[in-house]
Write a protein that binds this ligand. Sequence first.
Ligand SMILES: CC(=O)SCCNC(=O)CCNC(=O)[C@H](O)C(C)(C)COP(=O)(O)OP(=O)(O)OC[C@H]1O[C@@H](n2cnc3c(N)ncnc32)[C@H](O)[C@@H]1OP(=O)(O)O
Ligand SMILES: CC(C)C(=O)C(=O)O
Ligand SMILES: [Mg+2]
Length: 509
Amino acid sequence: MKRIKVFDTTLRDGEQSPGCSMNLSEKLDMARQLDALGVDVIEAGFAIVSPEDSKSVEAIAKTVQNCAVASLARCAKGDIDAAWNALKEAKHPRIHLFIATSEIHMEYKLRMTREQVLESIRESVSYAKSLCDDIEFSTEDGSRSDREFLAECCSVAVEAGATVLNIPDTVGYCTPEEMYDLFRYLKEHVRGVENVDLSAHCHDDLGMAVANTLACIRAGATQVECTVNGIGERAGNASLEEIVMALHTRAGFYGAETGVHTQQIYKTSKLLSSITGVPIPPSKAIVGANAFAHESGIHQHGVLANAQTYEIMKASDIGIPKSTMVLGKHSGKHALRERLEDMGYEVSDEQLNVIFTRFKKLADKKKTITSSDLEALVLNRGQKDAGGWQLLSHVVNVGEGIPNTAYVKMSRDGQEVEEVAIGTGPLDASFKAINRITQMDVGLESFSLNAVTDGEDAIGEAVVKVHYGSGLYTGTGISTDIIESSIRAYVNGINKIAAVERQKGEQAS
Ligand SMILES: CC(=O)SCCNC(=O)CCNC(=O)[C@H](O)C(C)(C)COP(=O)(O)OP(=O)(O)OC[C@H]1O[C@@H](n2cnc3c(N)ncnc32)[C@H](O)[C@@H]1OP(=O)(O)O
Ligand SMILES: CC(C)C(=O)C(=O)O
Ligand SMILES: [Mg+2]
């Protein structure tokens, strides 16, 4: 297996992404976690940028124990001195020099000729080498540079002492095929390339950063530059977790591995997101909330039978205990039974069918069905009205300056009855309409409402205490709509009264 070095630039290129600035202590926390993750190099910052950046690089250099620590520097003595001052106490310091090599950058931005750029590379790399053994040299906008000139810049850098040559696709312009060809070309045309690491640094402007990086590995790259969660300038850098897991999962194809402890990936991704406040998109590969979640019944059935039907990686490989089965409107009976069993409910096929019907009804109203939702369904709370009055439909009309009215339609023994009533509020109006339908003079004693489950679309359970004659009865009802759960609770109370009255009648006759 070929060993690929992972150069993490979350704290430098990643921090260049708008909204991702981190303070010194946040950078230190992140650096410690990156060290635990097992990356080979942490680019801790760009020391010349500000006193705070310089302090961060210095603090990380003094703290990190296992991996190399790098600071970025332009090809300028001041930058190199600032980088070295911040890095010199690191166990493994690396100065990372860069200069643009494309025509457009040289002409408009640097205002330098090719010869001046070559001279600047020679001079800066030699000077940096006089301070530090490990020198990385990057050809900014390398992928859009003239190939012969690019190879010459790289050769000069190696001759001046560079230990790593990094070729960025700075503006995320290239395709995987082009990056592959470019790296093959450099392997053949750079003098001394066999003695240094060849590195890829890809941006995601066209969504190809990871694919481009993998193509570079196929062409002979030995180092990859990337960031956690793919943060970085504009559309971001190649994502560390995607590259690492692609190599891990497709080891047979790439024949390459990294030193990253993959079980630390999820923790690292979460830490970065909590520090920057930038959420991880749910569908983000590897670390998104949906990356190891299954909702549709056919997939859930497959995964329960054999996880490999729909999982190419184990959730535990990236540090998530296990993949999750999300119960929702696309779920089927296999997943429902599995969850019920997890909750300690052994159900017959017949019971499962009944619960499944209720489950699908609820899932049409509620995006995700939680275990507490299921419990409410299994215990059939508020639904024990078989044989009594059934609520068919209701409409309440409330507002400022108009009477609160309720229309309720109910049935019993196949007979449908509807009524409208006015009340002091929507519930009073609804309960009055129900009294008219049932022709029972029921009074409300007390009423309470609790959320049985969490979230915006939580199930609310209403509990009513109603009196009829000298008896006091409790009714419960559940729904994601609190008016409906209240009406259901009232109907449930009325059915209990009716059952007691029926019993009394039977005993008397
Ligand atoms: C592709 C990348 O990610 S490159 C890294 C990008 N990161 C950053 O820019 C970090 C934040 N930057 C900063 O804080 C500032 O730009 C600083 C402190 C680095 C420099 O600030 P200033 O000295 O005011 O220069 P400014 O940013 O306006 O312009 C850049 C200068 O660097 C020059 N330059 C750019 N790249 C290089 C290079 N690799 N080597 C030498 N000179 C360079 C430019 O030609 C320009 O020179 P000029 O001032 O003589 O015209
Ligand atoms: C400074 C270099 C390595 C860079 O970030 C780029 O070219 O994208
Ligand atoms: Mg970059």
